[in-house]
Structures are given as structure tokens and as C-alpha cells.
Design a protein around this ligand. Structure first.
Ligand SMILES: [Zn+2]
Length: 146
């Protein structure tokens, strides 16, 4: 389990949801500062995110990195909900998944992947692979319907 806030969390607008944004950032910042013997930073989002980002390679080598990743991912989701910047899912019509043969390819805006399958977690395509897939399936259709 990850570190928990040692001090009472001050009441604030961002502390009312399921994930208290500042408390999560504070606990991870404190963990990094303590374990690395660093000078504590101000407890504002920008200072804490800057510190955590700077020490990310070190964080990735810790045994608690999985908890860190889960909690920061949750923060991202909450933040995207609050700021209405959640990724939008778009169905990619006319192209089937090479694994399950379903019309289940989607892409998310914004997102790192050009396409992925809703049924097959391993089926992900970057832009170049997706274009090749579209071309290959278009050629296949030409052969069926000349
Ligand atoms: Zn599939």
C-alpha cells in the first residue's frame, strides 16, 4: 500500500470527491522527499507535480510504483472529469479487428493509439499499422467484389 497522509487534510473544494487530489499528491510527494532526503516543496499542485515528475525514473524503480501509478491514474481521471477533458471514444467503421473479426475498433481523442479493439486488449495499432490494416482490408474487399 502507498503512503497515507500523516496530517489532517485541510478542507477544500477538491477534497469532497472520492479521490482527494491534494492529499494524494501530498502523500506521494512526502514519500519521495522523505525517502530521498530532499528539501520539502510547497504544497501546491504545481510544485508537487514538478517534484514527482523530476523523480519519476527513481519512482519507477520503487516497489510501490504500482500503487503510485494507480493513484495518479485515478487523479488523472478525476481531473479529466472535472475539467471535461475525458478522452472521447470514436468507433472506427468499416475496418474489422484482425483478431476477433468484429467491427470493434475504436480510437480515443486524445489518445496515444490510433486504434484499439474493444474485445481484444492486445490489439492496438499506431497510425502506420492502422493505415496498413485499412489498406489490406480494402484490397481484400476488391478481391471479393471486383
Ligand atoms: Zn478484436
Amino acid at each position: 500500500m502507498g503512503p497515507s497522509a500523516r496530517d489532517a487534510v485541510a478542507d477544500g473544494e477538491d477534497q469532497t470527491g472520492e479521490t482527494p487530489l491534494l492529499a494524494v499528491l501530498e502523500s506521494w510527494t512526502e514519500a519521495v522527499v522523505d525517502e530521498r532526503g530532499l528539501t520539502p516543496v510547497r504544497r501546491d499542485v504545481s510544485s508537487m507535480v514538478t517534484l514527482l515528475t523530476r523523480h519519476l525514473p527513481w519512482v519507477c524503480e520503487r516497489e510501490w510504483v504500482r500503487d503510485f501509478e494507480e493513484e495518479i491514474r485515478e487523479l488523472l481521471k478525476v481531473t479529466q472529469k472535472i475539467t471535461m477533458t475525458e478522452p472521447v471514444r470514436q468507433m472506427l467503421r468499416g475496418v474489422t479487428c484482425p483478431s476477433c473479426s468484429m467491427l470493434s475498433l475504436v480510437r480515443y481523442h486524445p489518445g496515444d493509439w490510433a486504434a484499439e479493439c474493444l474485445n481484444c486488449p492486445s490489439q492496438r495499432f499506431d497510425e502506420r499499422d492502422f493505415k496498413s490494416l485499412v489498406m489490406a482490408q480494402a484490397r481484400g474487399l476488391e478481391r471479393v467484389n471486383p
